[in-house]
Design a protein around this ligand. Structure first.
Ligand SMILES: Cc1cc2nc3c(=O)[nH]c(=O)nc-3n(C[C@H](O)[C@H](O)[C@H](O)COP(=O)(O)OP(=O)(O)OC[C@H]3O[C@@H](n4cnc5c(N)ncnc54)[C@H](O)[C@@H]3O)c2cc1C
Length: 612
């Protein structure tokens, strides 16, 4: 089929959609053409945001990095000292209400702090901070009463108290709502009596408070438990594969007496609270992961520069260059989708009345609306870091396997990122499930756009000649993604969400579209100059990788669903399975050439060079 066939049939329908207004809505990258889209990136930081970035980076490098070895083993005293300092500098309550010691700033600034603190290269303290400012503090900020915020949030924001969040149980991990912990109101109606066990709780043995989930008459409910609650028993520290300097314990609730005023939200609201707070934890994890990827690249470079084999530096070997080029592209992609996520959330939050009573409820709704973006940031970031850490070990060779060098520690520490804040399997379920939901509920105009795109898969673009082919490729990929979704809905309806053989490759398609869309816009929005020139080959490499990956995933899906579809001729079926129409794009990127350019610049700058 000609990719632009019957172009005008659906123009009117599509013209009625104001794409520019869709920015700020979760999932809008799936339907908005590039020419009606924008993104947020590091290059767009305000002066205040730059100040936070500099301050966090400075603290990470000067204060935390020298203590790295001491913080990579359990060290309560030092961790608490660092927390007080983080609190004093305003790093813990960036996006928290001013009334309770926070700065009430945007999500991007909160993310900047995580991003730049992560250059401390101390994964343990980052996990401690992540649990504290994310899942530990957010439930109270979003659902707490004034009294609860005054009592807990103020101390959490100042770093005086460490916060934690206890959802997981022995029989309820990914299936978190299946917990067996219970709570009932005592006869005097003064206390809820909690019984149960929670496992693998970050900050557990150091925390002064914990948001705990238990069922009241079968309904999942949240409580704030603190040190004054009799019956809150902390178990021994876990012996972990990595992040050994963060506290991870089992908590036991043995007729634990929780005052009624510590009920968080309403009885039965616990599931909602738990899931919503995890969304924000996910994009924060994306940020610490992308910083970790960049640090891995730099550490591997510094080692490789000194390492000689066959009478030359190993930097000279093309296979080593290939690794670095791929690592750079993946770190940049992760960084791009992270800030695209917070930028979109902030755009929506900026439209709210910050004095309104339901301000924080609406922020929570906006966060929930960005479930796709949050999971994409988590999956893309954690898998980019896994890739960089693994290739980092490889570049170090045998030294990478020995604890004397940093690569082994990074390799162990990064592993957890694909497991907590929802495993990457669960996050892929969320990505595909949320796209399905948004399509069915028409939260974004997927159907209208789909009808149009079926007939004009690439549209027009007036982007610079140097990137107009990439723009075509991205529009084609978005159209293809929507057509795949349409086929899946037509065959399975809502039952698609139970078809994991298909859910997984479909989620990968969505991740690739998000990366291509946001990376393209980021590049296109850059001011002309050296930074933009240096970014272009990385963008092109990224588009090339994701185009191939996406086509591969579509082939996997089409080869499975073709038996459920009608074809006039056998050749049509073969073309469908092979995604043969994609050949009409004539997209022939020269990856080796692009990688050579990337490496020339990388070796010149001797570090990951796409940060401003
Ligand atoms: C160091 C550490 C810190 C943690 N901190 C906290 C914390 O502070 N608070 C807290 O509440 N919890 C915490 N957790 C728990 C963490 O969130 C869980 O480990 C995670 O949710 C996975 O649950 P699970 O380990 O029981 O794995 P399981 O749910 O048993 O999963 C095992 C495997 O099956 C897969 N799987 C499960 N269900 C599905 C499905 N429906 N479809 C496809 N695949 C599936 C998983 O992806 C995984 O690969 C922490 C865990 C660790 C290790």
């Amino acid at each position: 089929m000609d990719l632009k066939e019957k172009k005008f049939d659906y123009l009117e329908m599509i013209n009625n959609i104001d794409f520019d207004k869709l920015y700020g809505l979760g999932g809008s990258f799936l339907v908005c053409p590039l020419k009606h889209s924008k993104t947020f990136s590091k290059e767009m930081f305000s002066e205040d945001q730059k100040m936070f970035a500099d301050a966090a980076y400075d603290y990470a490098i000067k204060r935390i990095r020298p203590l790295k070895d001491d913080l990579q083993v359990l060290n309560k005293e030092l961790t608490l000292e660092i927390f007080k300092e983080l609190g004093e500098m305003g790093f813990l309550g960036v996006d928290m209400p001013e009334k309770y010691g926070g700065s009430n700033l945007d999500k991007t600034t909160a993310a900047i702090v995580v991003d730049y603190l992560a250059f401390s290269e101390c994964a343990s303290i980052m996990v401690t901070i992540g649990a504290h400012t994310g899942i530990g503090a957010l439930p109270i900020a979003w659902y707490g009463t004034d009294r609860q915020k005054e009592k807990y949030l103020t101390k959490i924001n100042s770093g005086e108290w460490l916060a934690s969040f206890a959802l997981t149980e022995p029989n309820a991990g990914s299936d978190a709502m299946n917990g067996e912990s219970t709570a009932y109101l005592n006869d005097e109606k003064t206390h809820y009596i909690l019984n149960g066990q929670k496992i693998w709780i970050t900050n557990g043995s150091w925390a002064n408070s914990c948001v705990v989930f238990a069922k009241v008459n079968g309904k999942m409910t949240a409580f704030i438990v603190d040190k004054d609650c009799e019956g809150w028993v902390i178990g021994a520290e876990e012996k972990k594969m990595g992040i050994k300097g963060s506290s991870t314990v089992t908590m036991y609730f043995e007729n634990c007496k929780v005052p009624v005023e510590n009920l968080l939200g309403a009885v039965g609201e616990g599931g909602h609270i738990a899931l919503n707070c995890l969304y924000a934890g996910r994009w924060k994890l994306g940020f610490s992961s992308s910083a970790g990827s960049m640090s891995s690249i730099n550490a591997a470079y510094n080692f490789a520069k000194e390492r000689k084999q066959f009478s030359r530096s190993i930097l000279k070997f093309d296979m080593i260059k290939n690794k670095f080029a791929n690592m750079i592209a993946r770190a940049w992609e992760s960084d791009t989708v992270n800030y695209a996520t917070t930028g979109s959330i902030d755009d929506s939050i900026a439209k709210l009345d910050s004095n309104a009573e339901d301000y924080y409820v609406k922020i929570q709704k906006i966060t929930e609306d960005h479930a796709i973006e949050a999971s994409v940031a988590k999956v893309v970031g954690s898998e980019a870091l896994a890739y960089c850490a693994d290739e980092g070990v490889q570049i170090f060779g045998g030294s990478g396997f020995c604890e004397e060098y940093p690569a082994a520690g990074v390799y162990r520490d990064e592993r957890i990122n694909r497991i907590f804040e929802g495993t990457n399997e669960i996050n892929r379920l969320i990505i595909s499930g949320t796209v399905l939901k948004k399509a069915i509920l028409e939260e974004i105009p997927i159907r209208d756009v789909l009808l149009h795109r079926k007939n004009d898969m690439i549209g027009d673009n007036d982007f610079d000649e140097s990137i107009s082919k990439e723009a075509e490729v991205i529009e084609y990929c978005k159209s293809l993604g929507l057509i795949v979704l349409d086929n899946l809905i037509n065959i399975y309806g809502q039952d698609f969400k139970n078809k994991q053989w298909l859910i997984e490759p479909f989620a990968d398609i969505i991740c690739s579209i998000s990366i291509m869309h946001n990376c393209f816009l980021r590049y296109n929005q850059l001011d002309k100059g050296v930074h933009k020139n240096n970014t272009l080959p990385v963008l092109k490499l990224s588009i090339s990788h994701h185009y191939r990956k996406l086509i591969n995933r579509v082939k996997i899906i089409n080869s499975y669903i073709c038996d459920y579809m009608q074809f006039g001729k056998e050749q049509d079926k073969i073309d469908f399975c092979n995604v043969s129409e994609s050949l009409n794009l004539n997209y022939l990127p020269n990856e080796i050439h692009l990688k050579k350019i990337i490496i020339d610049e990388f070796y010149k700058q001797e570090k990951y060079y796409l940060n401003i």
